[in-house]
Design a protein around this ligand. Structure first.
Ligand SMILES: *[C@@H]1O[C@H](CO)[C@@H](O)[C@H](O)[C@H]1NC(C)=O
Ligand SMILES: *[C@@H]1O[C@H](CO)[C@@H](O)[C@H](O)[C@H]1NC(C)=O
Ligand SMILES: *[C@@H]1O[C@H](CO)[C@@H](O)[C@H](O)[C@H]1NC(C)=O
Length: 431
């Protein structure tokens, strides 16, 4: 049976270790280990000297963490520690329509915003009947800027028509331009906030409103000088459903509209969102890295089941994950275990394929609408806290919505949105 490379690697960690091990690093680490052994016998003395505690942390935490995380693999990773990240300036860019934000919002709050409570939230979203669901953001630790706008067609100039393809984009080239504008608009908001406050962000986390997170965003995803994206769902380019990078790499990664003319002069044509994203990074010499991430994109779209070679697998929201941005919905899984292997081995690797190693993936039969009773399925999978948030939005009244939005507006340093009554009226009847 064909297996994905990562599952093959994991089945034999010892041979992986011997093939991947960097022997120069081992020679380097032997003296460090002598130190650890020395200090583990003398630790009480060391603890007495509190001024030495940072030295102790340096010696203990770093090597031990590396041993634990899999036998010296990925050692050359100069990611900051959680403490360092908590002391740094982080912008979280949240883009897209509110759609099922009653399901995704609470997880974004918990797994990203509250995980890094020093981070500033930037929301960029088109107004629609679901926008009222953003009232949940009043629970965010810090809100820098909210921009909710009336969607309007954007001009399609020559560059876009040369470079982009309408294939597989639900709303053609216009849809792509709208999406690029949504992402780059968030960068514009961040820059304006930086100038107003005389600050520069160390990191920008770009994430989507429709992402459901079943685990926290961990510190090793912050890699200086590299742009980090999830593996899989790469559609001939790079998965563009999430990204994190320092300010420099993020500026290039988020400049999705303004770099299109550069791609044009470099001779690119027929690009979809993912291949344009990859071209954008490579032509600007930004190196990137992939790491599996614990989120999926909650979608109401219907897809054939089982997915064909270029079909789209839809994960059950209850999958253990990490799902790295695969499409998902709450369902009773139609396919688990060996069935997943049999289905996924036919799905094109460079297209809609996603990493299913370690039993991370369970599939829904998503050829129809969400099944009856999906609410119960969601509540059971997501747990009481997220279930309560879902019910809160389900039962929200117009007046509660207005009250919550007033609270959110007070939190936000920058506010650029239609009148609150308009946002609440679109989704809720007065009564
Ligand atoms: C902006 O910040 C820098 C460094 O923190 C400081 O030197 C400078 O005076 C500040 N400028 C203004 C206008 O506050
Ligand atoms: C096309 O639009 C982009 C972004 O709005 C702009 O940077 C570029 O100069 C435009 N190109 C032409 C030929 O109008
Ligand atoms: C990227 O690197 C190549 C080769 O080193 C160089 O020619 C090119 O000017 C660089 N491009 C940018 C945008 O820095």
């Amino acid at each position: 049976m064909k297996k994905s490379p990562s599952s093959r690697n994991l089945t034999n960690p010892i041979s992986k270790w011997f093939s991947d091990i960097n022997w120069r690093f081992v020679i380097l680490i032997i003296p460090l280990f002598s130190f650890i052994i020395f200090f583990s016998f003398h630790a009480p003395n060391l603890n007495a000297l509190s001024s030495f505690s940072s030295v102790k942390n340096l010696l203990f935490d770093i090597p031990l963490q590396k041993v634990k995380n899999g036998l010296f693999i990925n050692t050359v990773n100069n990611s900051p520690t959680k403490d360092e990240l908590l002391r740094s300036k982080i912008a979280v860019c949240l883009v897209g329509g509110a759609r099922r934000f009653e399901l995704t919002g609470p997880s974004i709050l918990d797994m990203i915003l509250k995980e890094y409570p020093n981070s500033d939230l930037f929301l960029h979203s088109p107004l629609d009947k679901d926008s009222f669901k953003f009232s949940l953001l009043k629970f965010a630790p810090k809100v820098a800027a909210i921009k909710i706008f009336h969607p309007q067609p954007l001009p399609e100039n020559e560059s876009f028509v040369h470079v982009l393809t309408a294939d597989n984009s639900p709303n053609g080239i216009q849809g792509l331009i709208q999406y690029f504008d949504l992402v780059e608009g968030c960068l514009t908001m961040i820059r304006s906030h930086q100038v107003k406050n005389n600050i520069t962000y160390d990191w920008i986390i770009r994430t989507r409103v429709d992402g459901y997170w079943n685990g926290p965003l961990s510190p090793e995803n912050f890699v200086p000088g590299k742009y980090l994206v999830p593996p899989g769902s790469s559609y001939g380019g790079l998965n563009d459903r999430f990204g994190v990078g320092d300010f420099k790499t993020s500026t290039i990664a988020l400049s999705r509209l303004s770099l299109v003319p550069k791609l044009d002069s470099a001779g690119f044509t027929n690009l979809n969102s993912e291949s344009a994203f990859k071209a954008q990074l490579t032509t600007q010499n930004v190196s990137y890295q992939t790491k599996r991430l614990p989120f999926c994109i909650v979608s109401d779209r219907k897809y054939d089941f089982p997915p064909a070679r270029y079909g789209v697998p839809v994960a059950a929201l209850s999958s253990p994950g990490p799902l790295s941005g695969t499409k998902c919905r709450p369902c009773r899984p139609a396919c688990v275990g060996v069935c997943v292997e049999n289905v996924m081995m036919w799905v094109e690797k460079g297209w809609s394929w996603t990493d299913w190693a370690d039993g991370s993936l369970e599939l829904c039969d998503a050829h129809g609408s969400w099944e009856n009773g999906w609410e119960k399925i969601f509540d059971r999978v997501a747990g009481k806290k997220f279930a309560n948030a879902r019910k809160r939005i389900h039962n929200l009244k117009f007046n509660d919505c207005v009250r919550d939005f007033i609270q959110l507006k007070k939190l936000a340093a920058q506010w650029n949105a239609p009148p609150i009554e308009e946002i609440c009226t679109l989704g809720l009847s007065h009564s």
